[in-house]
Design a protein around this ligand. Structure first.
Ligand SMILES: Cc1cc2nc3c(=O)[nH]c(=O)nc-3n(C[C@H](O)[C@H](O)[C@H](O)COP(=O)(O)O)c2cc1C
Ligand SMILES: Nc1ncnc2c1ncn2[C@@H]1O[C@H](COP(=O)(O)OP(=O)(O)O)[C@@H](O)[C@H]1O
Length: 313
């Protein structure tokens, strides 16, 4: 992986076929762009590359300076793109200065200057100050130094597959609808931390996960999930919430997963939660007995879900 500023001369970089995009989520539309860059690389005898930007342009340009949340924060995005088998990744730090480059300056410095011989981007990709450069202006800005392919809009159910659509489904808890758009289930990577140590005393030990706040967390409630621990996937149930049965004024949201057929100490481990299906709202129960009865029911519902979808797992 290469990060800007690059201390490389053009002659040190192999000729590239490069996919351009912000690629939050690396969804099915993004995958078409990236895989086309790879296909063109093979056909034209080039190395494949992806150029992406960090942080999200809205952090630098937006009026709304709130903390931005992603479908795939940078490290997750890098992992997913690596799995697509791309040779080089360029991560451009998106600054006010970068956003101010004229379209021709962007093409000269970041495309022609990096020895790019073929560009692949989606039909609505824009570049340069105020997004003035687009796929129609690209032939003029290319100075005939590279060729390019434009990937048409990918739709699903008559609607564009987009990061915005995925973000809103995620915020509505519709994890089960995401594979149609993402090409996989939604995942969040985090570290197992210590909780209140109550879980194992009620027969449901739960791994409390500290998830980076750059991720979009699905809404409060109980979900069927899978969790990857040391490269093995386990089925389980996850509660996202404040545990109102025990806490009156909890401020920090907790994400905790009870795994079936699992009995290991995994404090401090990095784990991946794969979100499958929203099961119910988080509730305040009158006591432990009622809570335990409900968690047992959640477990049965999740087991049923995994059994019904056995062909996938
Ligand atoms: C599947 C599942 C569903 C849960 N549902 C609720 C709930 O509706 N209300 C609640 O107060 N706590 C709920 N919890 C959280 C439990 O209260 C929590 O796991 C228990 O207190 C242990 O916490 P600890 O791991 O911090 O010790 C749920 C936990 C799991 C695993
Ligand atoms: N089936 C399981 N699912 C989740 N965690 C488990 C399981 N079995 C053992 N553990 C371990 O036990 C811990 C959870 O126990 P718990 O009493 O809920 O403590 P805590 O409140 O610290 O999470 C997990 O972090 C993990 O290390």
């Amino acid at each position: 992986m290469l990060e800007f500023p690059l201390n490389l001369e053009k002659q040190d970089i192999p000729p590239l076929s490069m996919a351009l995009g912000y690629f939050d989520g690396v969804h099915r539309g993004h995958q078409q762009v990236i895989l086309e860059a790879k296909r063109q690389a093979i056909q034209l005898g080039l190395s494949s590359a992806v150029m992406t930007f960090d942080p999200h342009p809205s952090v630098v340009l937006g009026k709304d300076k709130r903390h931005v949340q992603y479908i795939s924060p940078l490290t997750e995005k890098i992992k997913i793109i690596e799995q697509l088998g791309i040779d080089y990744m360029f991560i451009v730090h998106f600054t006010a200065e970068f956003a101010n480059l004229l379209p021709q300056e962007f093409i000269d410095q970041y495309i022609i200057g990096l020895n790019v011989k073929h560009v692949v981007a989606g039909f609505d990709y824009t570049y340069g100050r105020m997004g003035k450069g687009n796929m129609e202006t690209l032939p003029f800005h290319s100075r005939e130094e590279f060729t390019f392919s434009v990937i048409p809009e990918l739709t699903e159910g008559n609607e564009k597959v987009s990061s915005t659509r995925i973000r809103s489904l995620l915020r509505e808890g519709k994890a089960d609808l995401l594979p149609n758009l993402l090409g996989r289930y939604y995942t969040t990577t985090g570290i197992v931390i210590h909780g209140d140590k109550r879980g194992r005393t009620i027969g449901f030990p739960t791994a409390n996960i500290d998830v980076d706040d750059e991720y979009i967390i699905p809404p409060l409630g109980v979900y069927s999930v899978r969790m990857k621990v040391n490269n093995t996937w386990y089925q389980g149930v996850c509660n996202v919430g404040y545990k109102p049965t025990f806490n009156q004024n909890a401020k920090k949201i907790s994400i905790e997963v009870h795994l079936f057929e699992f009995d290991q100490d995994i404090y401090g481990e990095e784990v991946v939660v794969e979100w499958h299906l929203y099961l119910r709202k988080e509730q305040k129960f009158s006591g432990i007995e009622e809570l335990v009865r409900q968690i047992e029911q959640d477990k049965q519902n999740a087991l049923h879900y995994f059994k019904e979808n056995r062909q996938i797992f």
